[in-house]
Design a protein around this ligand. Structure first.
Ligand code: CA
Length: 231
């Protein structure tokens, strides 16, 4: 497991506490104390995970998250004193993978970071496999060329919209998309449908791919934020 992480946190005592815990757990840690200093490091450094505070001098954590996510799929964990749901939703919509409020348990932070790292490494290992015409995720195979889907070794028939939605979500694993974004991407702005159709299609996808559609393992609802395809 590659294990260099970047911590962007302006409160020195918190930054050092985080660094100490990660170092105790075998990670290499780089610290920086402002958004403007953190962004070039995050974009150019070879980090396997980035911890971001929200209230930072230079550039705030939301903007950092947004800018990093334009370029990189690296897991981003927000650690913030902001406890409002609206801040959490905004962070997830900008591509954050997790959100931990201060005061926090350093052991829990490290445990969550490890879980995200493991997930991310499974994902990048898969992406470096030679064929990207097929997506293999647990018992699900999506053949992008023949537009066929196999669920636990059985071919399942999808409508065009269902296939497009499934393919879109599966090619952006672990990213949260709200209904509006999905509607715009799959149906297009000029479509006569409405965004309720997204909910209907998500339900159909779950019925087709999930073992238990009421307890989805692939297409997860992120409460208040949207959906994500979990890898
Ligand atoms: Ca701060």
């Amino acid at each position: 497991m590659s294990s260099r992480i970047l911590i962007i946190e302006d409160e020195t005592t918190i930054a050092q506490l985080e660094r100490d815990y990660f170092e105790l757990n075998g990670f290499q840690v780089d610290l920086c104390h402002s958004g403007s200093e953190g962004l070039p490091l995050a974009l150019n450094g070879d980090y396997s995970l980035i911890i971001v505070d929200l209230q930072l001098p230079g550039m705030d954590g939301f903007e950092l998250c947004n800018q990093i996510r334009q370029v990189k799929e690296v897991p981003i964990l927000i650690v913030s004193a902001k406890k409002e749901e609206i801040d959490k939703i905004r962070a997830f919509n900008l591509g954050a993978d997790d959100y931990i409020t201060k005061p926090f348990s350093p052991s829990e932070l490290v445990a969550r970071a490890k879980a995200h790292l493991t997930r991310y490494e499974r994902l990048t290992a898969r992406q470096t496999q030679p064929s990207n015409a097929e997506i293999h995720i647990r018992g699900l195979v999506i053949d992008k060329v023949s537009r066929r889907v196999y669920v636990r070794n059985q071919e399942v028939i999808f409508t065009t919209r269902e296939f497009n939605l499934l393919e879109f979500l599966a090619t952006h694993p672990n990213r949260v998309f709200n209904k509006n974004e999905l509607f715009e991407r799959i149906w297009g702005m000029d479509s006569s449908g409405d965004i309720a159709t997204v909910t209907v299609h998500i339900r159909k996808l779950r019925e087709k791919i999930e073992v238990d559609p009421s307890n989805p393992q692939y297409i997860e609802t992120v409460w208040g934020a949207g959906y994500r395809f979990t890898v």
